[in-house]
Write a protein that binds this ligand. Sequence first.
Ligand SMILES: NC(=O)c1ccc[n+]([C@@H]2O[C@H](COP(=O)([O-])OP(=O)(O)OC[C@H]3O[C@@H](n4cnc5c(N)ncnc54)[C@H](O)[C@@H]3O)[C@@H](O)[C@H]2O)c1
Length: 332
Amino acid sequence: MLRIGIVGAGLRGRLFADALADRPGVEVVGFAEPSTRVAEDAATTGLPVVPTHVDLLSDLAPDAVIVATPDFAHREVAVDVAKHGLHLLIEKPLATTLDDANAIAAAVASGGGQCLVGFENRWNPHVLKAYESIQAGELGVPITSNATLSNSYFVPTQMLSWAAQSSPAWFLMPHTIDMLTWLTGRTPTRVSAVGSRGILEQRGVDTWDVIRALLTFDDGTTASLSSAWVLPDAGEGIVDFRFGVIGTEGSLSADLSHQGLTTVTDRQRSLWPLSGRIGRSAVGPAVWMVQDFAAALIDGTDLGPGIDQGLLVTRTICAIEDSLRTSAPISL
Ligand SMILES: NC(=O)c1ccc[n+]([C@@H]2O[C@H](COP(=O)([O-])OP(=O)(O)OC[C@H]3O[C@@H](n4cnc5c(N)ncnc54)[C@H](O)[C@@H]3O)[C@@H](O)[C@H]2O)c1
């Protein structure tokens, strides 16, 4: 039996526990959660809840650990777990500083466990089909790509208690940078970013409202990224997600906002069809990612995007921040 512990019993920690319930050969041993309110709620699952990851490691003896703490709080947990030689699924972004990311990478290398960084779009059916189409040469050679991933005010002002310690770049761009580098097979060498702030600050959250970044890749081709945290809550949903790739022989584009189902009432926003449960099964990219993580550990196959991709994405977002601060392009 593969014993998996979950650090952080918030939105993602609970989603992962639900996704792993009843998986053959897998036992979720419990959560580590410092917030009493969140811990009490997590205890309603019937799983043990301990206050810290140190208690989880000593009391619940996991073989693998999922790090689902806020963006800025991955390092301490990931380094301790990795040093024990345990396997890791670390939520994106790997870390929000290069120092943290390098410390995690070094601990994983010395501990000898395996590590998946939670770039869940690798398990997103539309992104996977786009990848397969590009791999099959249907677009020719990629020339340029773009991605928009934005949220309505709900996310920074209500869903995330720690939004001021993150940003549209740290919360959203890990998804789009991972996706476009995976789809095109290219590595960013230069970054130029612009952004604006002040609107969220007026709503009590001191972070960027909008960030736009231009990436230049190792072969001179380009990509553009846009992420905002200021979409209206009275709109169609909390997520706007679109991307496209243009190649020498064709192009593709996707609009995944609300996954094609739009419901607007004065009480609710669109719910994604690929989320929650269908019949007896939990569904959605994050569900399939964590189920594959467990299955790959059990059968010894490839885990998916690891530390190197996590480092690349963190390095790129650090360059985006440097470019925002200096108003100059930054070489990677
Ligand atoms: N919510 C999403 O849609 C989403 C999507 C993809 C990835 N993620 C990523 O998942 C991670 C978690 O996000 P979330 O939305 O679940 O946040 P959340 O705030 O809902 O949950 C995080 C939990 O971690 C707990 N925590 C903080 N420090 C801790 C520590 N040292 N040990 C144990 N628990 C600790 C907090 O008390 C909180 O309950 C973030 O890195 C985020 O970017 C979130």
